[in-house]
Design a binder for this molecule. Structure first.
Ligand code: IVH
Length: 698
């Protein structure tokens, strides 16, 4: 969609605006800013290759917003500032689809696919059929209408004939263009369909955050995407970071007298065309085949790779490529004859619910956990499944003894879809929630705005153990070997009572335990020792302050010189930081006001744990001072996170994509598009892992 000249020009434009201290003419700058931001959004959300630093982007965005506020006449409907949420209504209005949104017929094996291909040929005998294959995205389907180049309406599928109008919410999805250059093709109105998905890592992050806030986790990315689209507060939608993939043009009107664009003659070309004008289509994933045998071969290969994609897919979709042929084949009342879904093997299974245990988490939340007869779902054995909270159990009406349908979507934790009530024998029992903590027997409480019951005894053994486990976890202090079982063991023996005890373990006692040989003790000691110099952000995250996740911890660490600085911070000062709202601020103040927590911080420091923001005191002149760096491919000698930490310690700023701002690209095994792009740019210094290590150690 952008030629390299365009890209250069827009990039230079952004640099000159960013570097310009003189006031310029608002009427000139406003469209320039819009062009830069639309381009930056496309790079970031469609291409996954950011071109601007976050701060630069924010600065340009703020400039545009200010200009438009001061000069309302300069504002346009499709300005990126207009993604901003407005108008929260009680419910979503119903709208009629231009063309009914049909579903797809399903196939499950080679035989089904062969049958389908025969049916296709039966309708258009003598004609050669080209098949186009693309992923079947497991999200929520949407319809978008563009009129005169502008996005005017977005709707959910609803019942296929009527959907819910979700235009404002869809505008929060940054990969969906608010306007596009349809005028060159004389397209006056177009309806485009696709799927809204949530990336698996975004989904995991979202659930982590929800757990932190005492909310029940969302069951799977599909439900998360569809629930988010129907939220009444677009600001919340914006926070959920949805993505879209558009895969079908369902209706198009051309200006009278003009010719239909040639790209509309085939499915393949239409998706390439949409992609070329800024739409997130599967242009790069699309494959064409001239025989159903080749399609079948590809389908079976692809199934093994389904988990490599950043989002969930539940199969592939095979479409007849020629639009003329599609029109000849038409549709049944339910689905088009020219397309079919090839569904991957279900990741669902049934099992028996044997019992429910109640587990006490780090923040005292009491979670019901279903114990089921072990069952293999898509290659993983499942025997323990979180039921999240009481409301979920009541809503789904789950009983002990029920046969339950269990689903495991990709990397997502398994969950119970529903009990199979028709299989009940009458002996099933209600799940009874405890009134007291199953570990310390304290009376449980349920805060008004939360869905979970909590044990509020902070000395509760279960919470103490969970807090220590969290402190040692990979994303916190990363003390390998100090997982659930060792922490529990050491706690039970009285070797660990509070977090700082980790740094004064009586190893002579450990040596007497079964299973602890010299080597394993040395490994544990080394991991504990190494954690002392972890970055302050990890210490803050590890402390387990409620509502403080990894990102907030990083922001907090960045704004202080040493941990005790927070003793003097009030809620107002905290709220001025990114990511910190009233709830988070109150929780932080509460944490640092506690004398027990202050003692813990003293003890950590006394035992050698870093509580200083080293980043701020970083000596200048590191190898990579003032340089930007990015890793790609698999590193052989260390983990990506270790390598990044090393680079940062030497002054590097890490970037997330290849752009002309990148100075160094460190290339591991199987490096792909990033390496290609860096080579093409010609300005990036490409380093092997070994060369990087040598520079670091120099
Ligand atoms: S084409 C008229 N292509 O699967 C044909 N659908 O089970 C319209 N879906 O309702 C559908 N990925 O929500 C098509 N690449 C893809 C798809 C896809 C996911 C969804 C879509 C559809 C459902 C049918």
């Amino acid at each position: 969609m952008y030629t390299s000249q365009d890209q250069q020009r827009i990039f230079q434009l952004s640099k000159s605006i960013l570097g310009n201290t003189l006031p310029s003419d608002a009427a000139i700058v406003a469209p320039q800013l819009r062009e830069i931001i639309v381009y930056a959004d496309w790079c970031y959300y469609v291409e996954n290759e950011p071109v601007l630093a976050d701060a630069e982007y924010d600065h340009l965005f703020a400039m545009l917003k200010k200009i438009e506020q001061d000069n309302p006449l300069l504002k346009t409907d499709d300005s990126p500032t207009q993604r901003v949420a407005y108008g929260i209504s009680e419910r979503l209005p119903t709208v009629a689809h231009l063309v009914p949104m049909l579903s797809l017929d399903n196939t499950y094996n080679a035989e089904d696919l062969n049958d389908w291909a025969k049916r296709c040929s039966g309708i258009i005998p003598e004609e050669q059929i080209i098949f186009c294959v693309e992923p079947k995205y497991d999200g929520a389907s949407i319809s978008l209408i563009y009129e005169n180049g502008k996005l005017v309406r977005a709707a959910t599928r609803g019942d296929g004939v009527y959907g819910e109008e979700i235009t404002t919410n869809v505008k929060q999805i940054k990969s969906i263009p608010l306007s596009a250059a349809f005028e060159h093709s004389h397209v006056h109105q177009i309806e485009i369909r696709g799927e809204v998905v949530i990336h698996k890592n975004t989904f995991a992050e979202l659930n982590k955050q929800r757990a932190n806030e005492g909310q029940a986790p969302l069951a799977n990315p599909r439900n998360a995407a569809s629930g988010t689209l129907r939220m009444l507060d677009p600001n919340e939608v914006a926070k959920r970071k949805l993505s879209a993939i558009l895969y079908h043009i369902s209706d198009v009107s051309i200006d009278s007298g003009a010719a239909k664009p040639a790209a509309l003659n085939s499915h393949f070309d239409s998706l390439q065309w949409l992609y070329s004008i800024g739409f997130p289509t599967p242009a790069k994933e699309l494959k064409t085949f001239d025989s159903i045998e080749a399609v079948i071969q590809y389908c079976s290969e692809f199934e093994g790779r389904r988990d490599d994609l950043p989002y969930e897919i539940d199969g592939l979709v095979i479409k007849v490529n020629s639009i003329v042929q599609q029109e000849k084949m038409g549709m049944t009342a339910h689905h088009p004859r020219w397309a079919v879904a090839y569904k991957f093997k279900a990741r669902q299974a049934t099992s028996k619910l044997l019992a429910v245990e109640f587990q006490v988490g780090r923040t005292g939340s009491v979670t019901p956990v279903a114990k089921v007869t072990p069952v293999n779902i898509g290659g993983a054995m499942v025997s323990s499944i979180s039921l999240f909270n009481e409301d979920v159990v009541r809503e789904k009406d789950i009983h002990i003894g029920d046969t339950v349908l269990v689903e495991r979507a990709g990397d997502v934790i398994p969950y119970i879809v529903k009990p199979l009530a028709e299989l009940r024998e009458g002996k099933e029992q209600k799940i009874i929630f405890p009134t007291h903590c199953p570990v310390c027997n304290e009376l449980l409480e349920k805060p008004a705005d939360e869905a979970v019951w909590r044990c509020i005894n902070i000395a509760c053994a279960a919470q103490v153990v969970e807090r220590i486990i969290h402190f040692c976890s990979k994303d916190a202090m990363d003390i390998r070997g100090m997982g659930e079982s060792n922490v529990q063991k050491f706690f039970d023996l009285g070797l660990l009572k509070i977090i700082p005890d980790l740094y004064r373990i009586d190893w002579t006692k450990v040596a007497q335990l079964e299973g602890f040989k010299e080597k394993s003790i040395a490994n544990l000691q080394a991991a504990i020792e190494a954690s002392k110099s972890q970055h302050l952000a990890r210490v803050i995250f590890g402390l387990g302050i409620r509502h403080v996740g990894e990102t907030t911890a990083k922001n907090l660490a960045r704004s202080i010189t040493q941990l005790r600085d927070f003793y003097d911070w009030d809620e107002e000062k905290l709220k001025a930081l990114d990511d910190v709202g009233p709830k988070v601020a109150a929780s932080i103040v509460h944490f640092f006001a506690s004398s027990e927590n202050r003692e813990m911080i003293d003890l950590l420091e006394k035992n050698g744990v870093n509580i200083i923001n080293i980043q701020q005191h970083k000596s200048t002149g590191g190898t990579f001072e003032g340089k930007s760096l990015l890793f790609t491919g698999t590193l052989a000698q260390m983990k990506r996170s270790e390598a990044e930490a090393k680079a940062e310690a030497k002054g590097a700023t890490l970037l997330s994509g290849v752009s002309s701002k990148l100075n160094y690209l460190v290339v591991g095994e199987d490096a792909g598009s990033k390496l290609e792009k860096a080579k093409k740019l010609g300005t990036v210094i490409i380093l092997s892992e070994q060369e990087f290590l040598e520079l670091i150690e120099a």
